[in-house]
Design a protein around this ligand. Structure first.
Ligand code: AMP
Ligand code: ZN
Length: 458
């Protein structure tokens, strides 16, 4: 039995799909105005584990991840710059160039982390029509009002508002005059924002309310429903998405489609924090991108392994000591596995224990402990087949041999020169060149066919 924690009920529930033949999952995707970092990617690793556990349990999965390329403002209260427009202005490029460049970079990281690609990446700017249609329905049903800067959703008209985060509709303070620019309630949010000539926006569209662009929340409601239906199984995101973005997605969708609940299970991943308790983010500084990690010798899958040191609902603190320890432990694990003899079959006892862990709300630290117990158990049979099966969920390439590092051309040339020196019995020159090769991080070994080059360990 698979149990998942549902933010909506605040309980671990037995997972029961809406339709037997296919499970719909929607994951709030990246805002592609800059590089993703290890923090963002922790949220996608969590979504990937969820998907892999469902696949392991032999469900069919249809997964959608959106790409936010318009409408995500720097402030959650519908003010501030559009992140895409600001990045385009700063880099002197078009918003499209920015979104495609950073999406490509994100997707490369995604693949390096062995994250299974979604059924579709859905781009907000390619679904403007669907977003406008939803706002029109909300308008017809009288959930909207107009201010000087846009069309807003009136949260006081949706009695379930706040059910996900357990918050109350925040109304106006008594006696405060309503300025037309203002919202009626603090929790109200923009569905459509008007463009003003002084904004000089690159991305704007005609709409029944004039030129403008959609608010951030409506894109997820429109695209999730288009691809997964008016009611679907699971919606994921980082914990910061929950109190505003997801609350607003629920309000719009349940009012438009008249379904309850729009999504059956809401799941949220906790943050990757930096020391001191702050989440890893561009604004807090100290972020790590996947390429920076690679430069430091931390392969993407080592980072993936590190994320299994905490359950997905618990914060994980980035520290160089903790990451280093995970890197060593991953290397050790692969090393032990490479020495295991391949005997036939699978080990039922260990698989059962493993399944109990993953099916208990994706307990990856627990699952990892089972794997370690298996590899250390000298008497266990069917180890390789069991590890292969477990790796369907871990996604750690546990049975893939490390590729030998390619020898750089320069090192080969020096080794050839050394070979010539040896042929001419110039031992002093030969030793000098051996030391040079060593200084460059390689070891030359003489063999009967000439020489071999290996990466040095020190
Ligand atoms: P963004 O690109 O800013 O819209 O964020 C994409 C996703 O990454 C969202 O689901 C965020 O909740 C998530 N996220 C951002 N920072 C972190 C972090 N430090 N740890 C975990 N998830 C994060
Ligand atoms: Zn979203």
């Amino acid at each position: 039995m698979l149990k998942l924690y549902n933010t909506l009920s605040r309980e671990k529930e037995e997972f029961k799909p809406i339709k037997k033949d296919e499970i719909g999952i929607y994951t709030c995707g990246p805002t592609v105005y800059w590089f993703g970092h290890a923090g963002n990617l922790r949220s996608y690793i969590f979504a990937d584990i969820l998907k892999r556990v469902l696949l392991y349990n032999e469900f069919k999965v249809k997964h959608i991840i959106n790409v936010t390329d318009v409408g995500h403002l720097t402030s959650d209260s519908d003010t501030g710059d559009d992140k895409m427009e600001a990045a385009a202005a700063k880099e002197g490029k078009t918003a499209k160039e920015i979104s495609h460049f950073y999406f490509d970079a994100f997707r490369k990281d995604f693949r390096k982390l062995n994250l299974i690609e979604p059924f579709k990446w859905t781009w907000a700017t390619e679904h403007i029509k669907e977003q406008i249609e939803m706002i029109e329905i909300l308008e017809k049903k009288n959930y909207t009002y107009k201010t000087d800067d846009g069309i807003y959703f009136d949260t006081s008209k949706f009695k379930d508002y706040g059910k996900l985060s357990n918050k109350k509709i925040e109304g106006l303070e008594a006696g405060k005059r309503i300025d037309l620019r203002d919202k009626k309630n603090k929790t109200d949010f923009a569905l459509w924002k008007f463009s003003f000539p002084e904004d000089k926006r690159q991305q704007e569209w005609d709409s029944p309310w004039g030129k403008g662009f959609p608010g951030w929340h409506i894109e997820c409601s429109a695209m999730a429903t288009k691809y997964l239906g008016k009611q679907f199984d699971i919606h994921t995101g980082g914990e910061d998405n929950m109190p505003i973005h997801h609350e607003n997605e629920i309000a719009q969708s349940e009012c438009v489609w008249g379904v309850k609940p729009w999504v059956k299970t809401w799941m949220h991943g906790a943050f990757l924090n930096i020391k001191g308790g702050k989440k890893m983010s561009k604004s807090a500084g100290k972020i790590k991108t996947i390429s920076q990690l690679e430069d430091e010798g931390i392969a993407p899958l080592m980072y993936r392994y590190f994320t299994y040191s905490a359950k997905y609902r618990k914060p994980l603190v980035w520290s160089s000591e903790a990451v280093e320890s995970a890197v060593n432990s991953y290397k050790k694990l692969k090393n032990i596995i490479s020495g295991i003899e391949n005997t036939a079959g699978k080990n039922k006892m260990y698989l059962k224990e493993f399944e109990e862990r993953i099916n208990d709300d994706l307990d990856m630290p627990g699952a990892l402990a089972v794997l370690w117990k298996l590899v250390r158990d000298e008497k266990a049979s069917g180890k390789i087949g069991t590890i292969r099966k477990m790796d369907m969920v871990f996604g750690l390439d546990l049975l893939k041999e490390e590729e030998k590092e390619k020898v750089p051309k320069e090192i080969i040339e020096i080794a050839n020169e050394r070979q010539k020196a040896r042929g001419g019995k110039d031992w002093a020159r030969s030793d000098e060149l051996r030391d040079l090769i060593k200084a460059k991080g390689w070891v030359v070994k003489d063999s009967k066919d000439g020489f071999e080059l290996e990466k040095s360990n020190c």
